[in-house]
Every structure is written in structure tokens, then in C-alpha cells.
Write a new protein. Structure first.
Length: 407
């Protein structure tokens, strides 16, 4: 039937995150007229086929059970928008359970499990989720501290803009979550004096974009810092990183750009790459998005090609990993968490840095793998609800920490 073909076409668009709000409303209204508990229904089969993908068996079982429960009459499920929901125009009660069925699979199987899909920030929660003991914890934002070469410290946020320094050596301006350094016109790389260094430091819950004097850009993740000269020399561009940074380096064949991280250096001419050097993970991960870089540690050199990644533990490099999903690696720079195949302990470290709160995990859950993509602009409750809804992981507040556990 033409109606079925149209329904399947719109449903496919929904799974690809391409539906307009009007199409979503039309889709849910049509689904409400179908018997989605009929396992012969092609839409039901399309809903459940994604669950046959190679995902954690326990998670698959959880999702199947929740889908079945959603489609049972009388199940009380509500939908709540944490960001710009694609179902913001749907409010009538009869549609809720069918919207929940679609959104469950879209969130848990499509937006969360398929590489390259953009996340939908709609989150579902059941009335049984008790989060009243955990205060509403807001996400991080654009904030940092700049320590200028003359010792002056300036607190940066996204609300302020304008010039904060102009001392004859460099001009420093801020604008809506970005800071720019411009070398004085009288100082060129050829005649620059002994370099003076600036630093930009992001706290837990902070991120900031730094424009360097050579035109390169560095995005700093939470709990990170970048130290660099006001004006680069005629032969070199050296910066120092702690934490995590994503680099877009301006091309200059005469002056290689180098990033120093502990005992490792990354050398480039012009490229895009990410360095994840948080000390609590025990290794430095360097991922090349495009261009070419050479990674050096204690005289051991490795050259990376696009979509390659290398790990350094102490003085030992891992084998180069190829075919890396770089969108996942730099999801934080795009404003998202991408927890694809992450352990819960790694997720806890990411949440701690961004939401500025200690996360404690039941030891029996630390090595559990989860998969999910969700906007970093969500409050912490959205993440906790995702863990609850997809994996049955409970949360509570104790001793100023969020505890993750399973009954």
C-alpha cells in the first residue's frame, strides 16, 4: 500500500535523523493506529532488527524488554526534552507510548549505536527513576583562565568580549568563548626577542578556543592547559599541552608546529589532530584527522596518516591503529559525548571532568561497556537517565559523590 510505503520512508528518515518536526508528528500519529505488538508488522521488525547488531547481550536484552513493556497498555512513560527535541510539538497522551517505542530504538540503537549519526538529545525516563536525591547538575561551559606573560590573570567566560591586553608585545582579545593572540606588528619572527609565554587553563567543567598568533586554533577540553609564546620564532612553533586539545594548525613549511606533552612531541606542518593526555588514563592518545604528523618520544619516531591513532604509555608506543573513527575522537570538540564501546569507568572520568562532581562506580560495573552519544549541553540527569533506561544502572547521591550501581 502507498500508506505503508510512505510510513516506511518517513520512518527510515527518522532513523537517519533527517525528519522535520511535522514528519515526526505525522509518523507518531500513524504508528498510534498500528498494532506494533504484531511481530509480523514490518515496522516492528524494523524497530527490532537494529537490536541484532553486535552489541552487549545484556544491553540487547534490556532494550528488547523495555520495547515490549512500552508497547504494553498502561505503561506510564513520558518524554522530556533536554535540548531541541524533534518531538516538541507532540503532546497528546495517546501518542506517548508509540513515540517512546520509536525513540527508544532511535536513541539506543540508531543515534547511539550507528557511527556517524548525529545524536538526538531527547531523553526518556520512567516514573520509577528516582533522582530526587541528586541535585540538578548543569553541564560545563566556555570558561578558562588566561595567565599572560606579564603575570596578569584574567578569568574568561562566554559572556565577556573585548581587548584584555595590548602591551607592545601582543594584543589579546576575547569574544564569546574564544581568545585570540596577535603579535605586535613591530615584532616579526625574524626580530622577536626572547619569547614570553602565555597560558590558557580550563578548569573542570570548562572548555575554550584559543587562536594563536600564527593563525592556528586549539580547542581545550575540560581540566586542560596550553602554554605558548606570544610570538613564535623564525624557525619553530612550540606549544605545551596538558589534558586534551584538538588542533587545527596553520600551514607554514618554514616553521614546523610542535606540541610537547610530557616526554612526547608531535611535529606537524599544517594539519588537524587530537591529543588526549589526561593523566588519569595512563596513556597519551594522539589521533590524526587529516594531514601528517610525526610523534617522537625519547628518540623513537612514528609517523601517522589520516585516521590513524597511537598510544604512548611511559616510553613505549603501541602499534598504530588504523581506520579510526575520528568523528568519535573529536566528538567533545563538536559538543557531544561519544561513549561508543566505552567502559563505565572511562565514562565516569569524562563526567567528573565536565560536571565537576565525583563519580563513584560499583566495582562490578567498572569494566562494563556501554555505547551512547549525547550532547554535552545536557544536565547530568540526562546522562543518568540514559544509563538507567538502556542498562538499568541506578544512581544516587552520597558524600558529595554520584554513585552508580545496579540492584
Amino acid at each position: 500500500m502507498k500508506e505503508d510505503r510512505n510510513l516506511e520512508r518517513i520512518f527510515k528518515k527518522y532513523l537517519e535523523n533527517k525528519c522535520s518536526p511535522d514528519e515526526v508528528e505525522w509518523l507518531v500519529s500513524r504508528l498510534s493506529e498500528r498494532n506494533l505488538k504484531d511481530t509480523e508488522d514490518p515496522i516492528y521488525n524494523q524497530l527490532t532488527e537494529d537490536l541484532s547488531r553486535n552489541i552487549d547481550p545484556e544491553l540487547k536484552k534490556n532494550l528488547r524488554k523495555r520495547l515490549h513493556n512500552i508497547l504494553e497498555p498502561g505503561e506510564k512513560i513520558s518524554s522530556q526534552s533536554y535540548h531541541k527535541s524533534r518531538i516538541r510539538r507532540i503532546a497528546t497522551q495517546p501518542y506517548i507510548k508509540y513515540a517512546a517505542a520509536v525513540l527508544l530504538i532511535t536513541l539506543a540503537a540508531s543515534a547511539y549505536f550507528l557511527p556517524g549519526n548525529k545524536p538526538n538529545s531527547t531523553s526518556l525516563q520512567t516514573t520509577s527513576i528516582a533522582k530526587d536525591k541528586i541535585p540538578e547538575i548543569k553541564p560545563g561551559e566556555e570558561k578558562a583562565i588566561v595567565i599572560l606573560a606579564n603575570g596578569k590573570k584574567v578569568v574568561l567566560d562566554k559572556a565577556h568580549s573585548g581587548e584584555i591586553a595590548n602591551d607592545g608585545y601582543s594584543r589579546v582579545t576575547i569574544s564569546h568563548g574564544e581568545i585570540s593572540f596577535e603579535a605586535a606588528k613591530s615584532l616579526t619572527p625574524a626580530n622577536s626577542i626572547v619569547p614570553r609565554y602565555n597560558s590558557v587553563v580550563t578548569p573542570n567543567g570548562g572548555t575554550y578556543l584559543v587562536h594563536l598568533s600564527d593563525g592556528s586554533k586549539v580547542w581545550l577540553n575540560a581540566a586542560s592547559s596550553l602554554r605558548f609564546p606570544e610570538n613564535f620564532s623564525a624557525t619553530d612553533r612550540l606549544v605545551e599541552l596538558n589534558g586534551e586539545g584538538y588542533f587545527e594548525v596553520a600551514h607554514d613549511a618554514s616553521r614546523p608546529f610542535r606540541v610537547k606533552v610530557d616526554n612526547m612531541q608531535v611535529e606537524v606542518l599544517g594539519t588537524r589532530f587530537n591529543i588526549d593526555a589526561y593523566r588519569d588514563q595512563g596513556a597519551i592518545l594522539t589521533t590524526l584527522v587529516d594531514g601528517s604528523i610525526r610523534v617522537n618520544a625519547n628518540g623513537n619516531n612514528k609517523t601517522l596518516k589520516p585516521r590513524e591513532q597511537i598510544s604512548l604509555k611511559g616510553d613505549i608506543f603501541s602499534e598504530i591503529k588504523t581506520g579510526v573513527n575520528t568523528d568519535r575522537v573529536i566528538a567533545w570538540q563538536q559538543g557531544n559525548f561519544d561513549f561508543t564501546n566505552e567502559t563505565l569507568s572511562q565514562v565516569g572520568r569524562d563526567l567528573k571532568r565536565w560536571y565537576q562532581i565525583n563519580i563513584k562506580i560499583d566495582p562490578t560495573l567498572s569494566d562494563k561497556h556501554i555505547s551512547g552519544v549525547i550532547s554535552r549541553s545536557n544536565n547530568l540527569s540526562a546522562i543518568l537517565n540514559m544509563l538507567e533506561f538502556t542498562m538499568g544502572i541506578q544512581s544516587k547521591m552520597a558524600d558529595d559523590s554520584v554513585i552508580l550501581y545496579k540492584n
